[in-house]
Design a protein around this ligand. Sequence first.
Ligand code: SF4
Ligand code: SF4
Ligand code: SF4
Length: 311
Amino acid sequence: MKKTSRRQFLKVAAAGAAILTTGKASASEMHQKVNNNTLSMLYDATKCVGCKACMAACKRVNGDYGSLSYERASFDPDGLWDAPQDLTGSTRTLIKLFKESERDWSYVKYSCMHCQKPSCVSVCPVAAMTRDPQTGIVDYNKNTCIGCRYCQVACAFNIPKFQWDRALPQIVKCDLCKNTNLRQKGITACAEVCPAGAISFGKRGDLLEEAQKRLRENPGKYLNHIYGEKEVGGANHLYLSSMQFNKLGLPVLKDEAPAEFSEKIQHTIYKGFIAPVALYGTLCWIAVKNMRKHGPEETDHHKDTDKQGGA
Ligand code: SF4
Ligand code: SF4
Ligand code: SF4
């Protein structure tokens, strides 16, 4: 009898331990350190001359693979090409100009940040968004995607775009030229063509060193901040600028990744379950023990009561 109740108690305790162990494994995965060996780009806004060669190269090189295309000017029926106003279902990267005054202005380039802890990957219910742990490339698989667009909602940088105008729409975002320029030439198309050296391509660690060197050697030229180094757990797309990044449309974000935060909540809830589950197990064990102990007397009492009732 005693043996059975102990076994039950141990089962409950083991179940609790299993929950705790599972939580710890996932949490440690999410708390992995930033990987500085991943492929990265450093965009230096102070060097950019706004020529948009990077945008054109991106569309030219990735046109077939990424379903990109030049956009016709809505006002021109004669076939002139328009410059897109925003990242779209046919535009993976965009150059914009921010102008505060005649003296204070800057170009800025938008494209996927290739976050080290990407929310788009974390929320995708069918793993259509994936992150390669070796290269750090956050990629998209159109054959797996079910079009829920959770990735769009989850991205703090508002990067993934949906092809609303197509019969078979897909999500569009930079994949670091994974299947095109990177595969053929070992460098991204936008970095390859930039005539001003505003886009550097390489390992994250090397680009961070380069960015730090530029900050050290040019005091007063740059804002003392490498955007993407720490934001949302670190990104592979890094930025240098002379202006506040939020003015350039790059949001002010915490160092902690939202994906990491949501996992923390999950695991806190799991951990919170351990005490009640263990307490419940203990109470069950005591109850079973007491029932066994007092069971025969209670049975006799009921028998007596039944007899009295029957008399
Ligand atoms: S910037 Fe957005 S789309 Fe790109 S990896 Fe990060 S969360 Fe995903
Ligand atoms: S890395 Fe390739 S896909 Fe990404 S913005 Fe540059 S050219 Fe476009
Ligand atoms: S190609 Fe270079 S200089 Fe020209 S817009 Fe792009 S980043 Fe700027």
